[in-house]
Every structure is written in structure tokens, then in C-alpha cells.
Design a protein around this ligand. Structure first.
Ligand SMILES: NC(=O)c1ccc[n+]([C@@H]2O[C@H](COP(=O)([O-])OP(=O)(O)OC[C@H]3O[C@@H](n4cnc5c(N)ncnc54)[C@H](O)[C@@H]3O)[C@@H](O)[C@H]2O)c1
Length: 362
């Protein structure tokens, strides 16, 4: 896989939350491209083994102002990518104050330090959860912002803090609102390992592995093609590419905001069927009643990102997403820290991944 980005020789990038799923893949791509990367993470949900070997690592809780200033005192950062956050939508409904305090507080701490130390640009991981749910057309940047849960609300607040900080202090900011991040770096040495796992694709693959007996499907009476919820899955490497493009764009512009998704919606049943095809194993399902607050369909319109930054999702077809995730899960059945197995089972080395198929929405 080759990425061609016009980069300056050495640029220092601070990646908060770079031991987590999305942050570790972005940190990996940055290292590949020759950026000098420092990861800061408290390992509350991330994994030390996910941090690229060529990145510096600082173990720190970003809720503590003192530790952040130490991090910034050690190196002059050209840019910050801020992934560190509490991310569980369900949990945020039972702990709204923790979510707002930690997500907004952490952002404020890191942003203030970046401004104080003359960092030029700042990219925030935001989310489709800031938008009013839409049961029909896809979601572009003009969609009404109206978060349906405290997690989304905390990210919306973070976006507003960035807006005002850019106006007052001139730091160049961008927000990337991801839809459902999924997939894994090809080869199976880096992937998704959330504990507890709440994301559909890893859960489905755990059923295929026999680590869970079945997958619960919440609601089959939504106004969608088969009655189950529809979501937009974007490969984590395409997300990483969006970050690099945004980083470069911030050299000459600011106040950027992009929705990042494949533009294709898949129902829960389609995901289960695709995972059965990729793994060759049965994935039993159990129908449950609808869950409160689940919108019927969330599909991105990433036209602005494509037009303005030339972004194209090259890995986000469902087959590639599930296959790369399956290789990761097969090689690391217990996630990071578990033994590393060959894939396919019995082979001596990880199988190569075929070139990505055409993106369905292209
Ligand atoms: N995964 C998705 O589908 C998705 C979708 C939309 C937005 N996002 C956003 O992307 C970002 C990354 O998500 P992810 O799925 O990789 O989650 P993750 O939990 O894997 O990664 C978050 C990382 O931040 C670290 N962290 C959390 N609080 C910290 C603190 N106080 N100090 C230092 N480090 C801290 C964790 O240890 C972890 O490594 C989050 O901001 C999330 O809200 C993710």
C-alpha cells in the first residue's frame, strides 16, 4: 500500500489517544510517512502494544494540566491530533457529567497547552453522533446539529471550544466527524480491541470465533431495507488518510469541518451475512426489541472531503473492512497481549490482503 502525500521532512505531531483503535492506526500512517510522532495516552482503554515502535510514548492522564505542560515542554509540536476521549454512547447516558467533564476538560487542557506552546494546528476526532438522526437521506455538514446523547453533546461542545479558540488565538483547527470506524491494518498486527467491545463488526467476528454464542439484533421493524438499523462503516486506514490530508490542508487554511464516512449504508443483517461469507462460519442472531435512542439510519455524505481534499475511501468496501478485521481477530483471538497466531490457521505467515475492491458508492 502506497500513500503519496507532499510532506515536509520532519514535522512533530502529538497524537493523544494514540494507543486506541483509531489513534494507533493514524499514528502508524504518520510514522510511515516520515512524521515524528509522540503518543500520549493513559491506557485507560488503549494498549501500549498498539503504539507504533517508532513513535515516542508518554503515559499520562490528560485530565491533569501539569502532565500536559510537561509533554509540551519536551518538544515543539507542529500539530496535535486529539483522539483521547470517553467514547461509549450507552455509558454516556448513565454518566453524562463524567462524559462532559472529561471530554471537554481534556480537550481544553490539551488545546490551551497547544496554544501556549505555539502549536500551529489542531485536529479533533468528532462524531456523527453530534447530528440530529436522519431516517432517509445521507448526512452532510449542513445537517442540523442536535446530539441525541451526552457523548455526542460532549463532542459538540469540543467543536465549539475549537471554534472560539481559533477566532481568539489563531490556532488552525479541524474537526473530523467519523461515522463507524472499522477494519484493521492489513497483515493483522494492529486492530480493534475495545474492552468492553460495543461495536458491531468486532462483536460479530467474536461470534464467528466462538467467543460469543450469538449476536443480539436490536429491532427489526425500522423503516430500512430489512428492518434492522443501517450504518456507515469507514475503514480505519481511510480515516487515517483523511487525517493526513487535513493536516496538510491546515498549512494553508483553517476552521475545517468534514463528515467522514464511506457513503454506503449497511444494515445489521447485511453485516452478519457478509461476516458469514468472509469467515465461512455461521453467526447465530437473536432478535431483541429496539434499543432506546438508536436512529434507523446514519449514512455520511463525505462529498465535501472528497471535493476539497481529494479524499477517496480506498479500503471501505464491506468485504475489505470485514476481511482485514477478521485477519486481526484471527491472529489475536484475545486482542493485544494475546498470542499472535498465523492466518489463515496453519499457514506460516499472515496472508496478504487483496487489492481493495471498488468502493460501492463510487
Ligand atoms: N470508533 C469509532 O467508530 C468512532 C466514531 C466516531 C468518533 N470516534 C472518536 O475517535 C476517537 C478515538 O476512538 P477509538 O474508537 O479509537 O477509541 P479508543 O477508546 O480505542 O481510544 C481512545 C484512547 O484515548 C485514551 N484516553 C482516554 N482518556 C484519556 C485521558 N484522560 N488521558 C489520556 N488518554 C486517554 C484511551 O486510553 C485510548 O487509547 C475518540 O475521540 C472517539 O470519540 C470514534
Amino acid at each position: 500500500m502506497k500513500h503519496h502525500h507532499p510532506i515536509e521532512p520532519v514535522e512533530n505531531v502529538l497524537v493523544t489517544g494514540g494507543a486506541g483503535f483509531v489513534g494507533s492506526h493514524v499514528a502508524w500512517l504518520l510514522c510511515e510517512l516520515g512524521f515524528r510522532v509522540t503518543v500520549v495516552d493513559d491506557l485507560s482503554t488503549g494498549h501500549r502494544a498498539a503504539v507504533p515502535p517508532t513513535a515516542s510514548f508518554v503515559l499520562a492522564d490528560l485530565r491533569q494540566v501539569g502532565t500536559i505542560n510537561q509533554v509540551f515542554a519536551e518538544r515543539q509540536y507542529d500539530a496535535v491530533m486529539h483522539f483521547a476521549a470517553r467514547t461509549l454512547v450507552g455509558e454516556s447516558n448513565t454518566r453524562p457529567i463524567d462524559y462532559v467533564r472529561d471530554n471537554v476538560g481534556t480537550l481544553c487542557n490539551v488545546l490551551q497547552a497547544a496554544i501556549d506552546h505555539g502549536t500551529r494546528s489542531f485536529i479533533l476526532s468528532s462524531t456523527a453522533s453530534i447530528f440530529e438522526s436522519r431516517d432517509g437521506s445521507d448526512i452532510d455538514e449542513n445537517q442540523v446539529v442536535s446530539p441525541g446523547n451526552p457523548y455526542g453533546e460532549s463532542k459538540r461542545m469540543c467543536e465549539r471550544v475549537l471554534f472560539w479558540a481559533e477566532r481568539s488565538h489563531g490556532i488552525r483547527t479541524a474537526v473530523l466527524r467519523y461515522f463507524n470506524a472499522a477494519g484493521a491494518k492489513p497483515g493483522g498486527d494492529l486492530g480493534e480491541d475495545h474492552r468492553p467491545e460495543t461495536h458491531l463488526i468486532p462483536l460479530v467476528l467474536q461470534v464467528a470465533q466462538g467467543r460469543r454464542p450469538h449476536i443480539d439484533i436490536f429491532g427489526n421493524d425500522y423503516p430500512t431495507r430489512d428492518g434492522t438499523c443501517v450504518r456507515d462503516y469507514v475503514h480505519v486506514l481511510d480515516l487515517a488518510d483523511a487525517h493526513v490530508r487535513t493536516l496538510i490542508a491546515l498549512r494553508s487554511s483553517g476552521a475545517l469541518a468534514y463528515n467522514v464516512g464511506s457513503g454506503a449504508g449497511y444494515s445489521v443483517r447485511q453485516i452478519v451475512a457478509a461476516a458469514e461469507r468472509v469467515t465461512g462460519r455461521p453467526i447465530p442472531t437473536i432478535m431483541r426489541p429496539r434499543r432506546m435512542g438508536d436512529p434507523a439510519a446514519l449514512v455520511a455524505n463525505s462529498g465535501k472531503l472528497r471535493r476539497e481534499l481529494g479524499w477517496k475511501p480506498l479500503h471501505s468496501d464491506l468485504q475489505t473492512i470485514i476481511r482485514t478485521a477478521w485477519i486481526w481477530h484471527s491472529r489475536h483471538p484475545g486482542g493485544f497481549g494475546s498470542s499472535c497466531l498465523p492466518f489463515p490457521p496453519g499457514a506460516g505467515s499472515p496472508s496478504a490482503v487483496d487489492p481493495p475492491a471498488a468502493q460501492p458508492s463510487d
